[in-house]
Design a protein around this ligand. Structure first.
Ligand code: IFM
Length: 433
């Protein structure tokens, strides 16, 4: 139980969720369709044909879920706002009922002494915008900034920390390059403009949020330490390329105002004068989602400049992801070494594991304990980490894997919607007390 001792004063432990993964009520109160509604309803796209139509029914059970967070004793709740609840067609006048829902959520959090940390985009793009090109279109960046301003106008008096995007790498790669997530496009490298347009949207949204009084603005990137498969030059070169695509494509422009050289050359046709200055608009903190390192070797297929290699010398989660707490320390100290004074304070905005243990989840307790320990060591080594949010409060809709991967501190019976706190919930609550 020592995992929460020894952190600096004010270190913020929270929980994280996302709208499409928990809310349900997909067609209620005027919410428009998102790309995830379309994708999940397309046969063969998600495991077992699962959809987020009902998910955890959080839209109707917000009170109960707020009670669970209060019982846990967390200081912050990171949730996402469903853009199609606010602008059902992706632009124009805000939809009152959508804003009302998040207004009630924010009030409910504050009444319980929990900071509200909304993410504006966690992959559920209004379908109407996808029909106009989605993030392949530059116009979507401007629509995103408009939406950010609308939300901040309504919630900004009570929300002090905002997150623009969640894991733009995953949305680009899975959604537009490989097609395993919505919108299901398999464009390979032709998907790269999606990176730039998301980042431009981020930069424009930072300004829109600040114009509405936002005190702190962050972006959340999924980051992974990249391990070359061997000391061979070809493996090392492949690892550098992978690091470029996964990490530096999203961190460098935000923190340094430039793309890694080889990616800058590929992106030249879509980068306009002044874009990088917008993207580089200083942020107050960097959100980092960490799950595992990635081992990369020299390419064996023609269409990719790297090859993913297994990491099988560590325990695996139910998802098959290696459990490497030291990787989080390596990642954080590596970010500091790479960006130095350009690295703002960091929040771990997601970390957690899926397991099949039901409510007796000792594997998750060990996982969280060890990863918190890694964060503590990174702080001792000079990295300014301000918080750690567990993914996730509830078992939920895990995208293409449907309901098969359970990441929650709270078990959800998806037939009855009964919530049962797991051992990890009680462990964390006791540690927080
Ligand atoms: O469930 C996802 C979340 O939406 C984004 N980060 C990774 C989690 C686990 O896959």
């Amino acid at each position: 139980m020592g995992s929460l001792t020894g952190f600096p004063d004010g270190f913020e432990v929270g929980v994280s969720t996302a709208a499409y993964q928990i809310e349900g009520a997909a067609a209620e109160d005027g919410r428009g369709p998102s790309i995830w509604d379309t994708f999940a309803h397309t046969p063969g796209k998600t495991l077992g044909g699962d959809t987020g139509d009902v998910a955890c029914d959080h839209y109707h059970r917000m009170g109960e879920d707020l009670g669970l967070m209060a019982g846990l004793g967390v200081a912050a709740y990171r949730f996402s706002i469903a853009w199609p609840r606010i602008q059902p067609d992706g632009s124009g006048e805000p939809h009152r009922l959508g804003l009302d829902f998040y207004d009630r959520l924010v009030d409910g959090l504050l009444e319980r002494g929990i900071a509200a940390v909304p993410t504006l985009f966690h992959w559920d793009l209004p379908q109407a915008l996808e029909d106009q090109g989605g993030w392949l279109s530059r116009e979507t960046s401007f629509r995103f900034a408009e939406y950010a301003g609308i939300v901040a106008d309504r919630l900004g008096d009570r929300v002090s920390r905002w997150i623009t995007l969640n894991e733009p790498i995953v949305h680009m790669a899975q959604g537009y390059a490989f097609g395993s997530h919505a919108p299901g496009q398999a464009l390979g490298f032709e998907a790269l403009p999606v990176a730039h347009h998301q980042l431009l949207g981020h930069g424009l949204a930072v300004a829109a949020l600040r114009a509405h009084g936002a005190a702190q603005v962050m972006i959340t990137n999924n980051c992974t330490p990249v391990w070359p498969a061997s000391g061979d030059e070809a493996d090392q070169a492949a690892a550098m390329i992978y690091d470029g695509f996964h990490n530096r494509l999203f961190n460098d422009p935000v923190l340094l105002g430039k793309y890694p050289d080889f990616l800058g050359a590929m992106l030249e046709p879509v980068v306009h004068d002044g874009d990088l200055a917008i993207i580089r608009t200083p942020i107050d903190a960097l959100g980092v989602n960490y799950y595992n390192p990635t081992r990369v070797g020299a390419p064996t297929q023609e269409d990719l400049p790297f090859d993913m290699r297994a990491i099988d010398e560590f325990p695996l989660t139910a998802f098959g992801w290696p459990v490497v707490p030291d990787g989080l320390h390596e990642l954080l100290t590596g970010l500091k070494a790479t960006y130095g004074d350009d690295l703002p304070p960091v929040y771990i905005t997601e970390n957690g594991c899926s397991t099949d243990e039901g409510t007796k989840d000792q594997f998750r307790i060990d996982y969280l304990d060890k990863h918190l320990g890694a964060v503590k060591r990174a702080i001792a080594d000079g990295v300014d980490v301000r918080g750690y949010y567990v993914w996730s409060l509830l078992d939920n809709f895990e995208w293409a894997e449907g309901y098969s991967q359970r990441f929650g501190l709270v078990h959800v019976d998806f037939e009855t919607q009964e919530r049962t706190p797991k051992d990890s919930y009680h462990w964390l609550a006791a540690a927080l007390r």
